[in-house]
Design a protein around this ligand. Structure first.
Ligand code: MLT
Length: 246
């Protein structure tokens, strides 16, 4: 099995240039909130999360799969979509709500970033966040390829501070285990920022633009939840159109 040799980072899905993704193990990172919420859903016992790019696609997924107890989840402008069962807050994905269920899920940036990774030719696609960063680092390391990419979802095409921190947290965990790994400048910068921020991670996350939008909409708790480091060992993997726990 090949050993992981190189780590790259794309600050936004559009920055993931074509040569970066093919045959790479990719961690898609949307700390606020899509990938944090996907981890929460699987930890609460959801069978699978089926990402969809648009709300209409999620509704079509539910009709196509026709599984008993399927739910619709996600957001637009950070709020629950009309007619959907769940929003994009990790607090909504309780066992009572999602255990044993499949969730068709669409968010503004996170689910699109997952499709960018697949369409770019990734070998494996994982959902990374602060809450599961060591588990995701191990999954990247064990994926059997030479090249891994941290793909930040960003916010509407712009860099998101919390995704860069999440990427840095994964880069940091990889570096601790493999000091010889070759980092590009973006992943090295992310690791440096994470190390400088680790002692006050929730403050760093909360200082970002999207965090401030979420706080203004009443989702301050989500910022604290998403800022927790390594509280889950779940590694969501996006394969054959569905996200399940490895
Ligand atoms: C996204 O995918 O854009 C985010 O998860 C938005 C949000 O925080 O709800």
């Amino acid at each position: 099995m090949a050993r992981l040799e190189r780590l790259g980072l794309a600050l936004t899905p559009a920055a993931a240039y074509d040569a970066l993704l093919p045959h790479a193990a990719v961690a898609v990172i949307d700390v606020l909130r899509a990938t944090t919420t996907i981890v929460a859903a699987l930890d609460a016992g959801a069978l699978a999360v089926v990402p969809a790019q648009e709300a209409g696609d999620a509704i079509a997924v539910r009709a196509r799969l026709g599984r008993a107890g399927m739910l619709l989840g996600g957001e637009r402008d950070a709020e629950r979509i009309a007619g959907f069962d769940l929003d994009n807050s990790p607090t909504s994905y309780t066992s009572a709500m999602v255990a044993g269920k499949t969730i068709a899920f669409t968010t503004t940036n996170g689910t699109k970033a997952l499709y960018r990774a697949v369409q770019g030719g990734a070998y494996a696609v994982f959902c990374g966040a602060l809450v599961n960063r060591t588990a995701v680092a191990l999954a990247l390391e064990r994926s059997g390829v030479r090249h891994a990419v941290l793909l930040c979802a960003g916010t509407s095409g712009n860099v998101a501070l919390e995704d860069f921190l999440g990427a840095g947290a994964i880069a940091d965990a990889l570096l601790l285990r493999n000091p010889g790994i070759e980092l590009d400048d973006a992943s090295r910068a992310a690791a440096l920022l994470f190390r400088a921020s680790e002692a006050r991670l929730s403050d760093a996350v909360a200082s970002g633009e999207h965090a401030q939008t979420l706080a203004a909409k009443g989702y301050a708790t989500d910022i604290l939840i998403a800022s927790q480091l390594d509280v889950s060992e779940t590694v969501p993997v996006f394969r054959d159109g569905e996200i399940t726990a490895v």
